[in-house]
Design a protein around this ligand. Structure first.
Ligand SMILES: [Mn+2]
Length: 240
């Protein structure tokens, strides 16, 4: 049984090469894994499940196809596609999980997250996150026309890009104390997340406890995925 994990593909109309790579990746995943977990930022932007585009349709159809073939698919919201909702889940067969989410593979506890909530040094971002994740904000946003939503989203994205350029390296990475308190609270054997675009395997020791923190990579010149079996895992990359 192989569990496969990806995140931070940032699919958009501007990068058809990434969409192509994802569709081929799903095709081979049909026979290479039994479960597929997408840990956020599948899309560069998501303004509502009712937004029609060729990209959205192609991705939804491909997800529906692999799930119809029996590969169980899961999704955790990223900071770009946090508005993916129940309609998307229904249309694709994907199951939306809370963030963070813990489950068992054999004897091992696995903890999953997108990872953005651990970037607590970036106070502006955490405040923004709290605002846009509130049911009121989302209800208000989704009640606007698609055109209005697109304008607001473009403005937010421009702000965020500018802010990220100005921020110090360490501010946009996860905060170590936040990671440690999450590990102590959830006590997983393996913690898998994305968001930071810093693919790596960190061996963490806290007191008597050992944890593997695996950071998935974003897709660009290369695609990244993690394959996890009962006893082993491998963090893989391939050229796009
Ligand atoms: Mn992210």
């Amino acid at each position: 049984m192989t569990y496969r994990f990806i995140s931070d593909l940032h699919l958009s109309e501007a990068r058809p090469d990434l969409t192509e790579a994802f569709l081929s990746f799903l095709k081979r995943s049909e026979s290479e894994c039994e479960q597929l977990y997408i840990l956020g930022d599948l899309f560069e932007i998501w303004i509502g499940d009712d937004s029609p585009s060729a990209l959205n349709l192609a991705v939804k159809n491909a997800l529906k196809h692999i799930s119809d073939l029996g590969v169980k698919t899961f999704f955790i919201h990223g900071n770009r596609d946090f508005l993916i909702g129940d309609t998307f889940a229904l249309e694709t067969g994907i199951e939306i999980l809370p963030d963070p989410f813990t489950f068992k593979i054999g004897e091992k506890n696995i903890l999953l997250s997108h990872g953005d909530f651990l970037c607590t040094d970036d106070v502006d971002y955490i405040n923004f996150r709290n605002e846009v994740r509130s049911p009121d904000w989302q209800k208000n946003f989704l009640s606007k026309s698609l055109e209005e939503r697109r304008q607001i989203a473009d403005a937010l994205r421009a702000d965020s890009k500018e802010a990220t350029i100005q921020k110090a390296e360490e501010i946009t990475d996860v905060n170590q104390a936040a990671v440690e308190s999450l590990l102590k609270a959830e006590d997983p054997d393996i913690f898998i997340h994305g968001h930071t675009h810093r693919p790596n395997i960190h061996k963490v020791t806290l007191g008597d406890a050992n944890y593997d923190r695996i950071v998935l990579g974003d897709w660009g010149p290369q695609g990244w995925y993690l394959d996890l079996n009962t006893d082993t895992y491998t963090l893989e990359k391939f050229d796009i």
